[in-house]
Design a protein around this ligand. Structure first.
Ligand code: 4AD
Ligand code: MG
Length: 464
C-alpha cells in the first residue's frame, strides 16, 4: 500500500497534491454542516494531519461519523491550504477506508492526559501517544548517530556475545543462562547443581558488558565499538536503572585515559548536536511538556567544554561544600548520585569528567596508577542524570592484572584468553561505555528510565 508519510505531507508537498496517507485516528469532530474533521497520526512526526471528510463519501453515515480514537485508516485525497491555525495544509478526502475500528469503551489511549505510570501498563499501545512516539524517533536517530560517529572515525563495529562465561564488571549482578530443568537439576555427588551437564557444559550468563571481548578485537584491529543489549540483575528499583539496557562501548588500542576522555566528550557533543538538529520538533515538545531546561542544557553541552577533576579533588570539594550528605564521602567511598549531581549541576554547571577513582571501588580491569591506590578510571557526569558514561584505561601489565584479579577472588584460568592479550603483544588501551537510556533521559528530560525504552525490564516486571 503506497502511502505518503504525514511528515512529508505537512512540510514538503504543495497544495493540490493528490496523496494517500495511513495512520491512526487521534480525534474526530463532526460538524453540523455535513463534515467530519479527523486528526490522523502515523508516527512519522509529532503533528497529525487534519482530514476533512464530506458527507458525500459513500461510507460517511455508515462508518465515518462513528469513528473513534485508535481506529486505523487509509485515506486518499487532495492537499488543500488550511484555513485552520497551526497547519499549512489539510487533506480533503476522496476515499476513507476504515481498516480497523477501535472500541471506544475499552481503547486505553484517549485524547486526554494519561500518567506515565498508567501508560507503562499499556506499553504495547503507548507508542501511539505524542510522548512515546517522540521518544521512539529520538531513540532511532541517536542509534543511527552512534554508528555514524564511530564509522566516520574508522572504528569497526564488533558484535560481542550476549551469552558469556565471564563477569566483566566483577559485581556478581549476573542473570544465569541455563537449559537445565529448574525443578530437578542434575547434581554432583556432593549435592551441588552439576553445570557440567548444562547446555554449554559450564555456567553461563547474559553479558553485563561487551568490553572484555571488545578489548580482544581492539588489540588486533585498533579501534572498535560494540553496541547492544546488556543485562544486570541489579536489584535496584531506581529511576536510572534497568535490568536490560543498551550500551555502546568503544575500545581503542594505543590510547590512554586522556585520549579516552577526549573521545567521550566529542561523542556526547556529536549526539547532542544530532538531536538538536535532526529532532528539533521532538526536543521542543519535551522542552514544553516535560522539562523546560532540556534545550538549554543540550546547547550548553554542544558548545561548552567539559570540566575535569580527579576523585580526590572532588571528595575535597564535597567535604568543603558544607552540605549534609545522605551518604558521607570520606576518601575511598563510592560517589553517589547526590554527589554526582552536586558536582555537575551546582559546582560546575556543565558536564564533568571525574577521573582517578580509588582502585578498591573499581573493577579489576582498570589500570592501576603509579600511586598504587587509584585507577585510571573516568566517569562522565551530566546534570539531572549523574553518571552517563563509565570508562577507563585498561591494565595492560600482565603481573599487575593477575595480581588484581587474584585479590578480587577471580580464577585466572577462567580469564586465560583475557590475560593472553597481555602475554602476546600487549599495548596500552582504553574505552568507555555509554548507556543509551541514560542519554535519552538527558535528551528528553524524562525522569524515569522506564519511559525511554519500549519495554522496560526492572525487578518484578517483565510484561510484554
Ligand atoms: O559504568 P559501567 O558499569 O561500565 C561498564 O560496563 C564498562 N564495561 C564500560 C566500558 O568501559 N566499556 O556502565 C557504563 C554505562 C553507565 O555509565 C550508564 O550510563 C549505563 O552504562 N548503565 C546503566 N544504564 C541503565 N541501567 C543500568 N542498570 C545501568 N548500568 C550501567
Ligand atoms: Mg559505572
Amino acid at each position: 500500500m503506497e502511502r505518503t508519510p504525514v511528515r512529508q505531507a505537512l512540510t514538503d508537498l504543495a497544495a493540490g497534491s493528490e496523496i494517500t496517507v495511513g495512520g491512526w485516528v487521534r480525534t474526530v469532530r463532526t460538524s453540523k454542516g455535513g463534515f467530519s474533521f479527523i486528526t490522523l497520526n502515523d508516527g512519522s512526526c509529532l503533528a497529525s494531519l487534519q482530514i476533512v471528510a464530506d458527507e458525500k463519501l459513500p461510507n460517511y453515515g455508515s462508518q465515518i461519523v462513528s469513528l473513534t480514537a485508535g481506529a486505523s485508516l487509509l485515506v486518499r485525497g487532495k492537499l488543500v491550504e488550511s484555513p485552520a491555525k497551526g497547519q499549512r495544509v489539510e487533506l480533503h478526502a476522496t476515499e476513507v477506508a476504515v481498516l480497523g475500528a477501535a472500541d471506544a469503551a475499552s481503547y486505553p489511549i484517549q485524547p486526554k492526559h494519561h500518567t506515565y505510570e498508567f501508560l507503562r501498563t499499556v506499553a504495547h499501545l503507548r507508542a501511539r501517544t505524542n510522548t512515546f512516539g517522540a521518544v521512539a524517533r529520538l531513540r532511532s536517530a541517536l542509534s543511527g548517530a552512534i554508528h555514524e560517529f564511530f564509522q566516520s572515525r574508522g572504528f569497526l563495529y564488533i558484535h560481542t556475545p550476549i551469552i558469556t562465561a565471564s563477569d566483566c564488571e566483577g559485581a556478581g549482578q549476573l542473570f544465569r543462562v541455563t537449559s537445565l530443568d529448574a525443578a530437578n537439576p542434575p547434581r554432583t555427588p556432593d549435592g551441588r547443581v552439576d553445570f557440567d551437564q548444562d547446555f554449554f557444559a559450564r555456567t553461563t550468563y547474559l553479558t553485563v558488558s561487551g568490553q572484555l571481548e571488545a578489548e580482544t578485537y581492539a588489540c588486533a584491529l585498533g579501534k572498535v565499538y560494540t553496541f547492544g543489549p546488556t543485562f544486570r540483575a541489579e536489584n535496584s528499583n531506581t529511576p536510572r536503572h534497568l535490568a536490560e539496557f543498551w550500551m555502546v562501548e568503544p575500545e581503542m588500542a594505543f590510547c590512554d585515559l586522556d585520549g579516552d576522555a577526549a573521545l567521550a566528550e566529542e561523542f556526547l557533543k556529536h549526539l547532542v548536536t544530532i538531536a538538536l538538529t535532526r529532532c528539533r520538533q521532538e526536543l521542543e515538545f519535551f522542552n514544553e511538556q516535560v522539562e523546560d531546561s532540556v534545550i538549554a542544557a543540550l546547547e550548553g553541552v554542544a558548545g561548552g567544554q567539559f570540566a575535569r577533576i580527579t576523585y580526590t579533588e572532588a571528595v575535597q570539594r564535597l567535604e568543603k561544600s558544607g552540605r549534609h550528605w545522605t551518604f558521607p564521602i570520606p576518601w575511598g567511598a563510592d560517589i553517589q548520585t547526590e554527589h554526582e549531581r552536586y558536582l555537575t549541576e551546582e559546582l560546575f554547571g556543565r558536564p564533568v569528567i571525574l577521573t582517578d577513582y580509588p582502585a578498591s571501588i573499581k573493577p579489576f580491569y582498570m589500570r592501576l596508577n603509579d600511586d598504587g591506590r587509584t585507577a585510571a578510571a573516568m566517569d562522565v557526569l551530566v546534570p539531572r542524570i549523574g553518571e552517563i558514561i563509565g570508562g577507563s584505561q585498561r591494565e595492560e601489565r600482565l603481573e599487575v592484572l593477575a595480581e588484581r584479579m587474584t585479590s578480587a577472588g577471580m580464577k585466572l584460568d577462567d580469564y586465560r584468553w583475557y590475560l593472553d592479550l597481555r602475554r602476546y603483544g600487549t599495548v596500552p588501551h582504553a574505552g568507555f561505555g555509554l548507556g543509551l537510556e541514560r542519554m535519552l533521559q538527558f535528551v528528553t528530560g524524562l525522569a524515569n528510565i522506564r519511559d525511554v525504552i519500549p519495554y522496560p525490564r526492572t525487578p518484578r516486571s517483565a510484561e510484554f
